[in-house]
Structure formats: C-alpha cells, structure tokens
Design a protein around this ligand. Structure first.
Ligand code: TTP
Ligand code: MG
Length: 369
C-alpha cells in the first residue's frame, strides 16, 4: 500500500503594484502622489498599473490612460521601462530558487513555490514565506504579498487578501471556511463575463457556487463548469510546474470600453508584445509561435496563429507578427473587448543542441528536442 501524499505546502508570491513600485524607487518624491505607469494621457495606450494612491481614484490596469487622466488629472504618468522590471524579476526568482526549484512563475512579479520538500530545512511554509518576503525587501527594497495554502488557487487568493506587504496563511482545514464567503470574482479565471453570468443565476459567493451540481455548471459553462465545481469545494489538483515544462506564455486584457479603432488595439498589442517577450527572455526560453487572441463585443473569441521556422528575436518582431495576424480579423470593423498575445512552441536556450552538420530540413524537428 502506498501512503497518502503529504499535504502540499504552496506559497504564492506577488509583488505589490509592481511596475509602479519599481519606478518609485527612482522617484521617491512621487511616493505620496497618484502615479500611473503607461503612455501619456493624450495617447491611446492603457494603464499597466497604478500605485495605491491612484487606485483610490478607481484607476486600474488596462484602463485607457486618457480615462485615468479624466479620473485624476493630478496623476503622474511614467513610461514603462521593462528592462528595470526584468532585472528585479531576476532577483526575486533567485530568491525563490534558494528555497526550491519547484517554482512556477506566472509573470514577472508573481510565482508559485511548492515548499513541501525544500532546500532550507525549514518545515514551516509560513516561516519560509516570511523569510522570502524579507529577502525580497532587503535585496530589492520592494514589498511582496504572499499566500500560503495547500492548493494553488487558495494560495493565490490568499496572497491578494491583504495587500500590500501581506502574508495570509490558510491551513488546509480552514480552506473551505476561507473561500466560501468570498465573491466568485475572486476565483482565478473568473472575469467580468463569467461573474455576470453567475450573477444572473443568483450565484454571488463561492458558497452559492458550491450548492450547484456538476451537471448544472457544465450545462451553463461547458468544460469550465468542472473547474468551478471543484474550486468551490476547495479542490485544485494542479501542481506547481517549473518553467521548463511550461508550454505557453501570454498576456491579455479586457478593455474598459470596446475598441473599434484598430490603431488603439495595435497600441495595446505593442505593450503586450514587449511584456511577453520580456518574460520569455527572463525565463531563458525561446518561442516560435505567436498567437493573437481577440474577443469581439458579442463575446465571440477568435485566435490567429503563426509558427515560424526560427525563434522570434525581439518584441518588435512579436508585434509585427501580431499585426499581420490582426489583418486576418475583423478588428477595426467590429468592436473588440479583449486582445492578447501568447507565445508558444518553446525551446530552452540551453537545450537547443543543433549539430552543425545537419542540413536545414532537419532543423525543425531538432528544435523540438
Ligand atoms: P499585477 O500583479 O496584477 O498588479 P500589480 O503588481 O501592479 O499590483 P498588485 O499590488 O495588485 O499586485 O501585475 C503585475 C504587473 O504586470 C503590473 O505592475 C503591470 C503589469 N500588468 C500590465 O502591464 N497589464 C495588466 O493588465 C496587468 C494586470 C498587469
Ligand atoms: Mg502584483
């Protein structure tokens, strides 16, 4: 007989107002001011993030900068500098890997760590999380929030529970009590649309979701229904998957208002391309496939994809490809509510062993090794 797997100990770490916090390191004079990281207010770019002072005005990620300016004309707009975020991201990843190699980065500022067995000899995930936060503060002068739980989704919700500089620990026996009163929108993967759909069914809290049967949820939400059913019961068997096993990397945003102006969509895709390419490089990964995703105003989702023979080499190239893919959509004619870019068909740099004597036709298959 095999003994049951030990309860997992998962930490989710997420930096506080990441891009803004990094910018404020260089501009401490702006600490008490509302600050947005994004293009100038008279451009069509969107807010990447805002500091907590600006959030009091209702300013959020993916909101047009013009709208942010309307809400808060005294706001300071700083242009994003991905090199800086990249550098900080590297530092925090190093800290994570001092604890465990079971690290799954979600973006430059966010990762899951499975510390069930770890390199530190410390059995308490709470103490490890505290130590990680302390190291991050010491080495980057920035704060992070962390959540500790036995499943990935509860750890993620927990890290967001008390921000900034928070630490929320949810022991397995308290997980259900912790999630049940929460509004369903707090469940990772539930956006405004699903939230509205659930509200129309009188489901507003996780407890109300848990009262529904699997059949009912599958009927309403298709395959996503199974996820909702399990999550509401605290079930999440996903495992922390280190980056080299990851298959794709993407960024997307739902706009505040549907966009019909094609160049406004392009502006957002340009930001997206920079972000995903920075993260890809950060991971030491390379990608050959660029996928453009759009959701039209009527919630129709479409994807357009292109796989190259060579790796994409720059954010500019990712953007150029996304733009040609955009030509194959109705963008500009039909209002668009969401856009995003995903990179896939990865090969790790280190693993790309292409013997020089091989002639070109073999190259494709070799790159998959
Ligand atoms: P988040 O962790 O979602 O946000 P945040 O770190 O700014 O704030 P919080 O304290 O609530 O965690 O995203 C991390 C960074 O990713 C963020 O600083 C900017 C970037 N980003 C975008 O560029 N566009 C987006 O739509 C989102 C959500 C984030
Ligand atoms: Mg964050």
């Amino acid at each position: 007989m095999t003994s049951p797997a030990p309860v997992r100990k998962i930490i989710h770490v997420d930096m506080d107002m990441f891009y803004a916090a990094v910018e404020l390191l260089d501009r401490p004079d702006l600490r008490e001011r509302p600050v947005v990281v994004g293009g100038p207010p008279n451009s069509r770019s969107v807010v990447t993030t805002a500091n907590y002072v600006a959030r009091k005005f209702g300013i959020r990620s993916a909101m047009p900068c013009a709208e942010a300016y309307r809400r808060c004309p005294t706001c300071v707009f700083l242009p994003p500098d991905f090199k800086k975020y990249h550098a900080v991201s590297e530092v925090i990843r190093e800290i994570f890997h001092e604890v465990t190699d079971l690290v799954e980065p979600v973006s430059l500022d966010e990762a899951y760590l499975d510390v069930t067995a770890n390199k530190t000899g410390e059995p308490s995930a709470t103490r490890i999380a505290r130590a990680v936060k302390k190291k991050i503060l010491e080495r980057t002068r920035l704060t992070a929030s962390a959540g500790v739980a036995s499943t990935m989704f509860v750890a993620k919700i927990a890290s967001d529970f008390r921000k900034p500089d928070g630490l929320t620990v949810v022991p397995p026996e308290r997980a259900l009590a912790f999630i049940r009163p929460l509004p369903v929108i707090r469940i990772p993967g539930i956006g405004k649309v699903t939230d509205r759909h659930l509200a129309s069914l009188d489901i507003r809290t996780v407890a109300e979701l848990a009262a529904k049967t699997l059949e009912f949820l599958e009927e309403q939400f298709g395959s996503f229904g199974r996820y909702l059913h399990d999550i509401a019961r605290g079930i999440d068997e996903r495992e922390v998957t280190p980056v080299w096993e990851r298959r794709s990397l993407g960024a997307e945003a739902t706009f505040e208002r549907d966009l019909t102006d094609r160049s406004a969509i392009e502006d957002y895709l340009k930001q997206c391309a920079r972000r995903v390419f920075a993260e890809l490089t950060e991971e030491g990964n390379r990608a050959r496939t660029v996928t453009l995703k759009l959701k039209y105003h009527d919630f129709r989702s479409i994807t357009r994809r292109r796989t190259l023979d060579e790796f994409v080499r720059s954010a500019e190239e990712v953007f150029a490809l996304a733009r040609t893919l955009l030509d194959r959509t109705d963008a500009g004619r039909v209002p668009v509510r969401l856009a995003g870019i995903t990179l896939s068909t990865f090969t790790r740099k280190e693993r790309r062993v292409v013997p020089v004597q091989l002639v070109l036709p073999f190259r494709e298959s070799m790159e998959e090794l």
